[in-house]
Design a protein around this ligand. Structure first.
Ligand code: ARG
Length: 268
């Protein structure tokens, strides 16, 4: 049974533009937002996840994307240092929430940008961390020191895939799925070396954010629109649960962005 953190979308809307998906001209439809988020919440609960909810805050519309709260390993939590001032107000709320949950909160130096689980995903014993658009590569070293874990730093090169969780989803058994073109050549090599069984996703399917999935053992919750990937995962013994996420794609997010593991790993 995994513990997850979600944030109800009460204050979610497209109020600013900090990634190529966001356009204030294309606002979110409130009833659909509520229905799609509820669909995710209910699906995760039905898969035996233990879901905690943080209280959403006015004027912080992207707080719904809890993957960017920070990174929890064991009983310690590193809050994000958001790159954009539009989101920086979220950090104190997430840190306080995690403290109340009993986590020891360990802040990074304020000059190191880090956007939490959105840019830091464990695959095997390695923590794959993305950098450039949101997270600084220097933050990876600081995270590795705090958790004493092996960090593989990879550069993200496509602004549409600005967090690593938008283009990469690790699975057990040296596997996972990803959109390789979102990484530079070195990053592609580093990931393929460690995860030789990884599945390549096409540009068409990557665009629906199919890599932005929540993996709970053999169940995978992902946005709809990637039938080829679903077929390959099904062949490998996974059950894929596909959800409509179009209202969150308008902000550049989907299932995984809306979810944080508490913790992502027990210990490393
Ligand atoms: N609008 C949000 C932003 O640009 C979306 C965050 C998506 N989160 C994620 N983990 N990829 O920051």
């Amino acid at each position: 049974m995994r513990d997850l953190l979600l944030c109800p979308p009460d204050h979610y809307s497209i109020q600013y533009e900090i990634n190529p998906w966001m356009s204030r001209a294309r606002g979110a439809d409130t009833p659909m937002v509520q229905a799609q988020w509820r669909g995710l919440y209910e699906k995760l609960c039905s898969l035996q996840a233990n879901v905690s909810l943080i209280t959403p805050q006015p004027k912080l519309p992207d707080m719904v994307f809890t993957a960017n709260a920070g990174l929890a390993v064991g009983r310690r939590f590193i809050p994000s240092n958001f790159r954009h001032q539009e989101r920086s107000g979220e950090a104190a709320f997430f840190a306080q929430f995690m403290e109340e949950k009993g986590y020891e909160v360990v802040w990074l130096p304020p000059d190191l940008y880090f956007e939490g689980e959105g840019d830091a995903l464990f695959g095997g014993d390695a923590l794959f961390c993305g950098y450039k658009f949101r997270t600084d590569i220097q933050a990876h070293r600081a995270v590795a020191d705090i958790f004493s874990c092996l960090v593989i730093s990879v550069e993200l090169v496509d602004p549409r895939f600005y967090h690593i969780d938008t283009c990469f989803c690790p699975l057990p058994a040296e596997s996972g799925y990803w959109f390789p073109e979102a990484f530079d050549e070195y990053g592609q090599r580093a990931i393929r070396d460690r995860l030789p069984n990884i599945i390549d996703v096409s540009a068409e399917e990557a665009q629906v954010f199919c890599c932005n999935s929540v993996v709970l053992d053999k169940d995978i919750v992902m946005p709809a629109g990637a039938p080829n990937l679903v077929a390959q995962l099904t062949e490998r013994g996974y059950t894929c649960h596909t959800l409509q996420m179009c209202e969150f794609l308008k902000a550049g997010g989907a299932c995984k962005c809306l979810t944080m593991f508490m913790p992502q790993r027990q210990e490393v």
